[in-house]
Write a protein that binds this ligand. Structure first.
Ligand SMILES: Nc1ncnc2c1ncn2[C@@H]1O[C@H](COP(=O)(O)OP(=O)(O)OP(=O)(O)O)[C@@H](O)[C@H]1O
Ligand SMILES: [Mg+2]
Length: 313
């Protein structure tokens, strides 16, 4: 098995309303292939179709069109087998509100067929991993948002999935918990070799965690690739800001390799380059040979946030 997820021409339309039916095409022909062992991000604005896609891949929603293979198996005919080997954690999870953390985890462990010692040791392990032991006897309804999210992640590991879908796992968490959750996600991928597909609105998180990302806009995949590939494809480049004294021969500077754009305002020059690591030395040499005094240099690398803004504008 080479691919954890294979999706072809996937479409999903929601119908709502009793008298006047309203239709919403949430997914419009998605093609996606995710290799086993990957850690990929599904990014896009609100309402783009990310949760709908993850819900279909985790067998919670049925699409009206398209082929889906999960871990090499057709999802229409092998639902039970697939469900044993995957799991989903949502940042907006709902559990049985009157049951405690431990009882909820026990409930899910039993659904996966665990019992006795193996059930207890699994629950211990996942509670340990997400520092949930102090909350073991606290009812779900009494938990804070962050602890609910940790419970959702703990639940998602109870069947030791090979493939894990994470829908905004760090939404609403404080920076310290967010960092710890990200480290655990990285550990699950790198050490436990779990294939992970994650949605997030935090581009720093996507850049930290994901080898590749797919941008969904309005139900279609607009672009796929590593964050670096996407930055280059969009010609976003890096920005070098130089405060100077003197006269800049702008045409000669612009003619140099790798320079996308130059803007000069009074004594400040903003140069957009393909890659600052490749171009900074030659730019500084140019300024020196032209006898231009430089008083301040500031570099800003483009990031996935710039890619997101370019795609969604
Ligand atoms: N049960 C439903 N009935 C009707 N429309 C729905 C339903 N679920 C989702 N939609 C619509 O489908 C589209 C995609 O929704 P989805 O929740 O997949 O977006 P998303 O990318 O996850 O957004 P967000 O970033 O806000 O979580 C939206 O327009 C949404 O309103
Ligand atoms: Mg969503």
């Amino acid at each position: 098995m080479e691919f954890a997820v294979e999706v072809k021409d996937l479409c999903k339309t929601f119908s709502s309303g009793w008298f006047r039916k309203r239709k919403k095409e949430a997914l419009k022909g998605i093609d996606l292939i995710v290799p086993v062992g990957a850690m990929w991000g599904i990014l896009g604005p609100n309402g783009a179709g990310k949760t709908t896609l993850l819900s279909i891949l985790s067998n919670l929603l049925t699409p009206e069109q398209g082929e889906v293979r999960i871990l090499g198996l057709d999802f229409r005919t092998n639902g039970n087998e697939i469900r044993k080997r995957i799991n989903l954690s949502s940042g907006h999870a709902n559990f049985l509100w009157s049951m405690s953390v431990q009882e909820n985890l026990k409930y899910y462990a039993m659904l996966y067929g665990l019992s006795g010692k193996s059930l207890n040791s699994k629950i211990e392990t996942v509670m340990d991993m997400f520092s949930l032991k102090d909350f073991a006897r606290v009812r779900f309804e009494e938990l804070s948002t962050g602890t609910k999210q940790k419970l959702s992640l703990a639940k998602a590991l109870i069947n030791e999935p090979e493939l894990l879908f994470l829908d905004e796992p760090t939404v609403g968490l404080d920076p310290d918990v967010t960092n710890r959750i990200r480290d655990i996600i990285k550990y699950l991928h790198q050490e436990k070799k779990i294939t992970i597909l994650i949605t997030t609105h935090n581009m720093k998180e996507a850049e930290f965690l994901c080898e590749e990302v797919a941008f969904i806009i309005n139900g279609s995949i607009k672009a796929k690739g590593s964050p670096q590939d996407l930055k280059e494809k969009l010609h976003l480049g890096d920005t070098i800001l130089i405060d100077f004294k003197g006269l800049i021969p702008a045409a000669a500077l612009k003619a140099m390799d790798g320079i996308y754009d130059i803007q000069i305002h009074n004594s400040s020059c903003k140069i957009t380059v393909d890659n600052h690591r490749k171009r900074l030395a030659q730019i500084l040499e140019f300024f020196t040979t032209q006898n231009i005094m430089m008083s301040h240099i500031h570099i800003k690398e483009s990031d996935l946030e710039d890619v997101f803004i370019s795609f969604t504008r």
